[in-house]
Design a protein around this ligand. Structure first.
Ligand code: DX5
Ligand code: ZN
Length: 225
């Protein structure tokens, strides 16, 4: 059975104090750091790129998970021409590269390219993209991402009507990591967990919380119950 992976999105962090903010969230028992890369073309917003990821990797090394934070970099690539950027992001420390199905002409070749660098490959679908495009691809993926908002901005409202996509994927692929991203928090996690999502992205709900450890634990308990 799949287990909970809580992946706070650094889009909601204090970018002027990014390293400290990430240490704070990892200390609150986050599993991954979700890194939203936006190019102002695939989505109508620009977020961050290679230099930030490179610096962050120095501030939060992979470590051994005991004496150092085990910072897994979950890179959500909301960019055109994703195949051009795999190698560069691997070099600066990506552990997983999630491309958008809508951004590539050959998702299978891209998944294989990503894996050839020894990192995890994942594919995301926007709210308007039907889930069945992932059915043949999923056996070649480490994770599928079902967007629960239109990609581009943090702090949007969760779309519960995306849950049938999660249910369909979970029914076919019991062992696949299924990520949901957008509008997740204490109020919306029960629906997403029940549908079968196990990798939970949350930006505002974690970085903006008075007690991030409490929010992370709440979400983990919902997924694992
Ligand atoms: C949206 C991003 C999300 C976003 C989530 O395009 O992919 O990861 O940061 O933010 P919240 O959790 O605030 O909706
Ligand atoms: Zn994201």
């Amino acid at each position: 059975m799949v287990k909970s992976i809580i992946a706070p999105s650094i889009l909601a962090s204090d970018f002027a104090n990014l390293g400290c903010d990430c240490h704070r969230i990892l200390g609150a028992k986050a599993d991954w750091l979700h890194i939203d890369v936006m190019d102002g073309h695939f989505v109508p917003n620009i977020s961050l790129g290679l230099p930030i990821v490179e610096s962050l990797r120095k501030a939060v090394p992979r470590g051994d998970g005991v004496s150092k934070p085990k910072a897994f970099f979950d890179c959500h690539m909301m960019i055109a021409n994703p195949e051009k950027w795999v190698e560069e992001f691997v070099k600066v420390g990506a552990d997983q590269f999630t491309f958008h199905y809508e951004a590539t002409e050959d998702p299978l070749a891209l998944a294989k390219l990503i894996k050839s660098f020894g990192i995890r490959a994942a594919c995301a679908i926007k709210p308007g993209t039907p889930v069945d495009v992932l059915f043949d691809l999923a056996p070649h993926l480490d994770m599928a991402l079902v967007m629960t908002v239109e990609p581009g901005f943090g702090g949007q409202k969760f779309m519960p009507d995306m849950m049938p996509k999660v249910e369909a994927l979970r029914a076919k692929f019991p062992d696949l990591d299924i990520q949901v991203d957008g509008g997740l928090g204490k109020a919306t996690i029960p629906v997403a967990a029940k549908a079968g999502a196990n990798v939970i992205v949350a930006g505002t709900a974690v970085f903006g919380a008075a007690d991030p450890a409490d929010v992370i634990k709440f979400m983990r308990d919902e997924v694992d119950k």
